[in-house]
Design a protein around this ligand. Structure first.
Ligand code: ATP
Ligand code: MG
Length: 582
């Protein structure tokens, strides 16, 4: 490959695009890698296309490495398939829907479980046909609510999606593990710093679904990690270690106090500390009872649920939703309070909840033998020293309190802190959701039909390009890892003499050595502009052929380290090849 900048379809920009907030958006546009066509819709120009294909090649090699077979399915899909699985409606506004000239409904594929399932159903029928892994690298369409950050969140974007089909759960686990290992290799090769977080809640348990997050302050996903270990998790999946139960004997009796005007935790603590009770109270000594209502899937009955947690913590609604999935959860409204007069707002305690058969779940920190200040179920009254396991016994625990920086890491090593990441990959044990919908069976060795089980696995190929830039840039431009760089070496000819001809000659030799070469052979462009462009474009190695040429010297530069070295012209090809093959 030899690309000449004198005729390359490339225009770099000095100014950041007005709509760009994150580095990758700014730099990919300024570097002439992509151009915006519509909100969340981008064109890939020559250098961008090369980088995109390089990422796709890495993904392809690793998918082939686990026995995946590449196919290409249409993006234009008939409604009926998505109707059969409920996703025509479930996808809501995110789905691009359209009609053909006869008025038949179609959609632009956001992900392809339906068609892959039908494809396999059409071709395979015996247990001997399985397992199989199919994948494609294709444009996907989602009408994202907030397309942002250039190609990081597009409405049209490139995804590798693969699907595994197996006879049994062990097969699915093996396909999942193989994908996980392949993803690790892909993201290592892309030079990304990433974490793997469990995508299901701690309550649902296990690794039925995991996300790969590229660590970046601009990421939309938050996760927590440990100061001491490589523990990382979605906030939804963090488990709170429960302290050991404590002895109940000798604890003081629970006493109800008149506590006027103490409907909030802070007013309560202030009141208690001013009341001269002979000890100090903090928010964490109080037990706050938060009421919500839940509804099982398919039911239209809401049921009350009370969550008891230390008063210094809020309920994290996302953790609550994850813990209660697949049930729905909502806050109470005035009519719910009116219908349940035993709920005395600001003064709700365990007693009334349990007496009235409200399901009552507590934070894991509320263990037997802990004593609490909590509501006495009477307006303006609280009870002090209400002891778990003695004065009340909750229906169970629920781990939905907010996770805070400094909380102990669940693996016992270090404390947690919050970080941000970009979801670059997602692996998912689907099970039989789609094969049930389309009744995909294979005849087992015993002659009986067996329902096939599936996994689905995605990598955001275009998003990975932007994620690499998020992690690998400086104030001058992009710093590409060699594996996906648009070229191995950028040869820059500067000056008015024979430097440009010499640059073309060296570039040709480097190309003949098998390197991918970009050469700046533009005439009438100042050296300053050429250097600025080279740094913006971010090719890992550059060779500068300039004023030193008359003395037989050229310069070898490393984009990542900034190192520069004068090299004799006669040695430059060998030295450059060595630098690029490192
Ligand atoms: P997100 O939570 O970021 O919207 P998702 O969980 O909806 O992503 P998946 O359905 O898991 O995405 O898709 C598989 C992969 O495709 C994601 O891990 C991500 O890398 C990529 N991806 C998803 N949506 C987009 C998008 N709008 N633009 C670019 N890449 C995307
Ligand atoms: Mg996902």
């Amino acid at each position: 490959m030899l690309l000449r900048m004198s005729n390359l379809f490339l225009r770099t920009l000095r100014e950041d695009p007005a709509d760009a907030e994150v580095p990758s958006h700014k730099l990919l546009v300024r570097g002439g890698y992509v151009r915006r066509a519509a909100p969340g819709v981008y064109s890939w120009l020559p250098l961008g296309k090369i980088v995109l294909e390089n990422v796709a090649r890495v993904v392809r090699e690793e998918m082939d490495g686990i026995g995946g077979q590449e196919v290409l399915l249409p993006a234009l899909l008939p409604r009926e398939y998505y109707e059969a699985t409920g996703r025509w409606d479930d996808y809501g506004d995110t789905l691009f829907r359209l009609q053909d000239r006869k008025g038949a409904d179609y959609l632009l594929g956001p992900t392809h479980e339906e068609l892959f399932t039908l494809l396999v159903k059409g071709e395979y029928s015996s247990y001997k046909d399985f397992p199989v892994i199919l994948y494609q690298i294709q444009e996907k369409f989602r009408d994202e609510a907030r397309p942002r950050a250039g190609v990081l969140r597009g409405r049209e974007f490139h995804m590798k999606d693969s699907y595994s089909f197996d006879i049994d759960d062990e097969g699915l686990q093996a396909a999942y593990d193989a994908h996980r290992a392949a993803y690790v290799r892909v993201f290592e090769r892309l030079g990304l710093e990433y974490v793997i977080v469990s995508a299901t809640s701690g309550a649902m348990g296990g690794s039925a679904s995991e996300e790969f997050l590229a660590v970046a302050p601009t990421g939309e996903d938050t996760f927590v990690r440990s100061t001491e270990s490589d523990y990382a998790a979605n906030v939804e999946a963090v488990t709170t270690p429960a302290p050991a139960a404590r002895p109940i004997e000798g604890l003081p009796e629970a006493v109800v106090h008149h506590t006027p005007g103490t409907a909030t935790i802070q007013t309560l603590v202030d009141f208690l500390n001013a009341a001269g009770l002979g000890r100090d109270f903090v928010e964490a000594d109080t037990l706050k009872n938060v009421l919500v209502k839940t509804r099982a899937p398919g039911s239209d009955e809401w049921e009350l649920l009370a969550v008891g947690l230390p008063g210094d913590r809020e309920v994290d609604f996302k953790r609550l939703e994850a813990a209660l999935e697949p049930a729905e959860v909502a806050l109470l409204d005035e009519s719910d309070f009116a219908a349940n007069p035993f709920l005395v707002k600001g003064y709700i305690g365990p007693r009334a909840l349990l007496d009235n058969k409200v399901r009552y779940l507590v934070d894991p920190r509320v263990v037997t033998g802990t004593a609490w200040v909590t509501g006495a179920d009477r307006d303006q009254h609280h009870v002090i020293d209400l002891v778990a396991g003695r004065d009340f016994t909750p229906d169970g625990t629920i781990d939905v309190a907010e996770v805070r920086d400094g909380d102990p890491s669940p693996d016992g090593k270090g404390t947690l802190y919050t970080a941000r990441g970009i979801e670059i990959g997602h692996i998912f044990q689907l099970g039989r959701k789609y094969t049930d919908a389309f009744q995909v069976d294979a005849l087992g060795s015993d002659g009986k039909p067996k329902r096939i089980t599936m996994g689905s696995y995605g990598i955001g190929v275009s998003r990975a390009v932007a994620s690499v830039v998020e992690q690998s840039h400086d104030d001058k431009g992009i710093v590409w890892p060699r594996e996906i760089a648009p070229a191995d070496v950028h040869v820059v000819g500067t000056g008015k003499g024979d430097q440009i001809e010499e640059a073309l000659r060296v570039a040709g030799e480097l190309r003949d050595q098998g390197l991918r070469v970009l050469v700046d052979d533009r005439k009438g462009v100042s050296p300053g502009v050429k250097f600025t462009d080279a740094e913006l474009l971010g090719v890992p190695t550059s060779v500068i052929i300039g004023r030193g040429l008359k003395d037989g010297l050229v310069e070898l530069r490393d984009r990542a380290t900034g190192e520069r070295e004068e090299v004799a012209l006669g040695d430059i090809v060998e030295r450059t090849v060595a630098a690029c093959r490192g």
